[in-house]
Design a protein. Structure first.
Length: 238
């Protein structure tokens, strides 16, 4: 009988040890799971923070690019206003001798262009714009780069074709140039030709449109630059 009770007590002790072991093992598993979840959460937080910092840096780069674009377009306005003023003098018979000698400088140039959207293209390719927390700003950025600038780029490309197909051949066939100058008598003779005067008039119109494009784009670029700078001041990812 004593042996029976001893066997039962030993069995209960072993079962108690097993229970404690299972509890310990379960606790260890729970701790490992919690550790994994915390690590995943930290990793996700780090990735999110890195993504936002990348966007923050890209927006700073866009501000700088907009500043460069504004400066470029402002210079273009001044350059082509100078050409318009010269064309007005020439068409109104009030041109100076210097104007006549350098007459190709006033009408023979096509509209200049440059890459305005390197930063935007990178942001778009990296799908960063959809991470922008300000939807209105995201729309403003898209509107400026995908529509406003696109219209001017299309216009400059069209005008380059116009100069290539019409003005360049005319100059080669009709205007003798020596040391980048033309004879004033040749210039006066050209101004008696309807076709030449039409070329000058068309270029004056095209240059005016180009100035208007730049004026509009400068205003939108300045507004966008200010909006991005305001957003960056409100949001701090550091």
């Amino acid at each position: 009988m004593t042996k029976i009770f001893h066997s039962i007590r030993k069995s209960l002790n072993e079962e108690n040890k097993m229970g404690k072991y299972f509890k310990y093992a379960i606790g260890e598993i729970i701790l490992v799971i919690i550790g994994i979840l915390i690590a995943l959460q930290i990793n996700t937080w780090n990735e999110t923070r890195k993504t936002k910092l990348d966007l923050h840096n890209s927006l700073n780069a866009m501000v700088n690019e907009l500043g460069d674009n504004i400066q470029f377009m402002s210079k273009e306005k001044a350059n082509f206003q100078y050409r318009i003023d010269g064309l007005k003098r020439i068409l109104n018979d009030s041109a100076s001798e210097s104007d006549l000698k350098t007459i190709p400088n006033f009408f023979a140039l096509d509209l200049r262009s440059k890459s305005f959207s390197k930063v935007f293209d990178l942001i778009k390719d990296n799908k960063q714009l959809q991470l922008l927390e300000d939807e209105n700003l995201a729309q403003q950025i898209s509107q400026f780069y995908e529509y406003t600038l696109h219209d001017m780029e299309d216009y400059t490309k069209w005008h380059a074709g116009f100069v290539r197909d019409n003005i360049d051949p005319y100059i080669l066939e009709n205007i003798p140039i020596e040391n980048d100058l033309i004879n004033t008598n040749v210039a006066r003779e050209l101004l008696t030709q309807v076709k030449f005067k039409n070329i000058l008039s068309y270029q004056k119109i095209f240059y005016r449109d180009y100035i208007d494009f730049n004026t509009k784009n400068i205003a939108e670029a300045e507004a966008l630059k200010a909006a991005i700078e305001s957003f960056l001041k409100r949001i701090n990812y550091d």
